[in-house]
Design a protein around this ligand. Structure first.
Ligand code: KIV
Ligand code: ZN
Length: 386
């Protein structure tokens, strides 16, 4: 089994399904260019049948970006697939991504089809897509709540029909990591022809487990992970790709797997997606949040100043953040305080430092974060002029 994990970015499709988010063509193009610099393998640029705007955006991305596969989503019917191909046809490498649900709950209430009818629709869709491009991905929507033997039957049939990637979505974010890993293993063991295709996962974050489930699936043999930048997406969002990739990178000792990501572009990409979608990144968000490399407590600051790896498992520069940040607050210690004053150009005597540190601590009891201006005021107004 290959040790390369393919990264499928769906920021422009599932990410854009975040309530309140709508990207115009120009914004989609800006994000697509940045995703190319980031080194994703596949950009899902949209769902062309859904609107003329989405069609035009997929077409624009397909015509412009190079060195990356461009995918368009299509339900398992000919009209959607024809529209997806029309939008994708000028891409350097085009992928049609077609899907149909496989769980009994979706079959009964949404599709009103029986299991045989779904197999038939899936096979027909893949065969139709195959007339346009050799690269066809098939997704079994709500796979994680589907019967494993039925899912294996559907996948076996679509592989025979020519699918090159089979995707196992946890559409409603219901799976638990160990259970999902076992499920992936069982699907792989029971699907005829599985060795000919790439197994993919697509996890949603309804229970906050999208990244954990994606990593568990990779551990079980999946070699494509789908997700979005900053984890945006339908409802609670998708797996945050920057977290998946940094998980694989930081724990290479455990997984032994690589991606094509240029991790130094992560932070820039996160900022761009946040500003164009209008979705702020929470301060404590892993990898890209404002506090991800900030240390407030004195014990932690002292450790980081002595040796960064005492409290940092990733180097901020690896994700494109200039340096870790020691935040001065009431838990901070003398070591970080003295270093920050030195950075600001103040070299105080021991007595001055003692006095300034006491003033700093009493100010920190009243104010959550002490800024450089506060420090300057402490030293200039209160220490040097007494
Ligand atoms: O969540 C999901 O199941 C999807 C599919 C279309 C892949 O987004
Ligand atoms: Zn999804």
């Amino acid at each position: 089994m290959s040790n390369r994990v393919y990264i499928f970015d769906t920021t422009l499709r599932d990410g854009e399904q975040s309530p309140g988010v709508s990207l115009n063509i120009n914004e989609k193009l800006q994000i697509a260019r940045q995703l190319t610099r980031l080194g994703v393998d596949i950009i899902e640029a949209g769902f062309p049948i859904t609107s003329p705007g989405d069609f035009a955006a997929v077409q624009a991305v397909a015509r412009e970006v190079r060195g990356v596969t461009v995918a368009g989503l299509a339900r398992a019917n000919f009209k959607d697939i024809d529209s997806a191909w029309e939008a994708l046809r000028d891409a350097e490498q085009a992928r049609i991504h077609t899907f149909i649900a496989t769980s009994d709950i979706h079959l009964k209430y949404k599709l009103r089809k029986d299991r045989d009818q779904v197999v038939e629709a899936a096979v027909a869709a893949v065969k139709h897509a195959k007339k346009y491009t050799s690269d066809v991905e098939f997704s079994a929507e709500d796979a994680s709540r589907s019967d494993v033997d039925y899912l294996a039957r559907v996948f076996g049939e679509v592989i025979k029909a020519g699918a090159t990637v089979i995707n196992i979505p946890d559409t409603v974010g219901y799976a638990m990591p160990e259970e999902f890993a076992l499920f992936i293993k069982q699907v792989m063991e029971r699907t005829p022809g599985i060795e000919k295709v790439i197994v993919s996962v697509h996890c949603h974050d309804d229970l906050g487990l999208a990244v954990a489930n994606s990593l568990a699936a990779v551990g079980a043999g999946a070699r494509q992970v789908e997700g979005t930048i900053n984890g945006i997406g339908e409802r609670a969002g998708n797996a945050a790709l920057e977290e998946v990739v940094m998980g694989l990178y930081t724990r290479k000792d455990r997984y032994g797997l690589t991606t094509g990501f240029n991790t130094r572009e992560i932070y820039r990409t996160s900022r761009l997606v946040s500003s164009l979608t209008g979705m702020p990144v929470q301060p404590n968000k892993a990898v890209v949040g404002k506090n991800a490399f900030a240390h407030e407590s004195g014990i932690h600051q002292d450790g980081v100043l002595k040796e960064r790896t005492t409290y940092e498992i990733m180097n901020p520069e690896m994700v494109g953040i200039a340096a870790s940040n020691l935040v001065l607050g009431k838990h901070s210690g003398r070591h970080a305080f003295r270093d920050r004053l030195a950075e600001l150009g103040y070299n105080l005597t021991d007595d001055e430092l003692n006095l300034a540190f006491a003033r700093f601590k009493s100010l920190a009891d009243k104010k959550k974060e002490i800024t450089d201006e506060d420090l300057q005021a402490i030293v200039d107004d209160e220490i040097r002029h007494i």
